[in-house]
Design a protein around this ligand. Structure first.
Ligand SMILES: NC(=O)c1ccc[n+]([C@@H]2O[C@H](COP(=O)([O-])OP(=O)(O)OC[C@H]3O[C@@H](n4cnc5c(N)ncnc54)[C@H](O)[C@@H]3O)[C@@H](O)[C@H]2O)c1
Length: 260
């Protein structure tokens, strides 16, 4: 086997900061990274759940972990949380922005507050965190970023215009930042999940008729959070060394489907 084909999902071995890491997809990303030995920082608005997640991941995988209670809509808290994360784990070499909320009031129900909440949870933190972590990323070889976007960035869904716009903005922001970050050897990509069974998704599954989502999906089932975690882990590793500015759609064949 040539050196270039040696499996390297565990490289680089630098700490990864995961927003929304206390639940669902973010938590699965943290577990997947910890499973190959990467230290993880769990940032979440729910501080108790973040602390619990960090504790469990440390117990299950033996890696160093850190938890931060932070509301990403409030920029004032970023600097302190970054300092505390660096102090706990050392310089950061990866970022997964997975925190998220969904609006459900369609365009008729948009308010100033709901618009700000959607944009300030999904889109703005991606730019600000990359800006603030740039010194860490630049100083360490093979640093990388993954933005968790959504198939709703591409599909037209009347229910959640703010979410769709924020996720679409993230796709564009990733492509713009990829150009800048490449100068420092840093890669950045988007992962767009389809319907993944998480606490965010569960109410819709409970509310809608059986098989509502499945009938459109080529693989005929919802995804599991770990199926996103494994793709994110790959993108943050040197296995993905020539991937940047890309959108990886992980939807079991949803966007591409004509069923339903
Ligand atoms: N579940 C799906 O089907 C699906 C599909 C496409 C995209 N996504 C995206 O995946 C990401 C994770 O979603 P999930 O399904 O795991 O949901 P989830 O509700 O299980 O997890 C989201 C996490 O984000 C945290 N969070 C919310 N607002 C925050 C804030 N202001 N500051 C800090 N943390 C905050 C929540 O506390 C929660 O722990 C989201 O960005 C979501 O849009 C999910």
């Amino acid at each position: 086997m040539t050196h270039a084909l040696t499996p390297s999902l565990n490289l680089p071995n630098t700490p990864v900061l995961i927003t929304g890491g206390a639940s669902g997809i973010g938590y699965a990303c943290a577990q997947a990274l910890a499973a190959v030995g990467r230290p993880v920082a769990i940032w979440d608005i729910n501080g108790d759940r973040a602390a619990e997640a960090a504790k469990n991941i440390h117990a299950d995988f033996g890696v160093a972990t850190h938890a931060e209670a932070i509301d990403l809509r409030e920029l004032a808290g970023y600097s302190d949380s970054i300092d505390k994360t660096r102090k706990a784990l050392g310089p950061i070499g990866g970022l997964v922005h997975a925190a998220g909320i969904v609006d459900q009031a369609s365009v008729d129900g948009i308010t100033e507050e709901s618009w700000a909440a959607g944009i300030d949870t999904h889109l703005r933190p991606l730019a600000i965190l990359v800006r603030d972590l740039l010194p860490d990323f630049s100083a360490q070889p093979h640093s990388a970023v993954v933005a968790i976007t959504s198939i709703n960035a591409t599909l037209g869904n009347a229910v959640n215009p703010i979410y769709s716009a924020a996720k679409g903005g993230m796709l564009s922001l990733v492509r713009s930042m990829a150009d800048r970050l490449a100068h420092d050897g840093i890669r950045i990509n988007s992962v767009s999940p389809g319907q993944i069974l998480t606490p965010m998704m569960q109410p819709a599954v409970d509310h809608l008729p059986d098989g509502y989502f499945e009938k459109r999906i080529l693989l005929e089932r919802l995804g599991a959070p770990e199926e996103i975690g494994r793709v994110v882990r790959f993108l943050l590793s040197t296995e993905a060394s020539y991937l940047t500015a890309a959108e990886i759609v992980v939807d079991g064949g949803n966007i591409s489907s004509q069923r339903g």
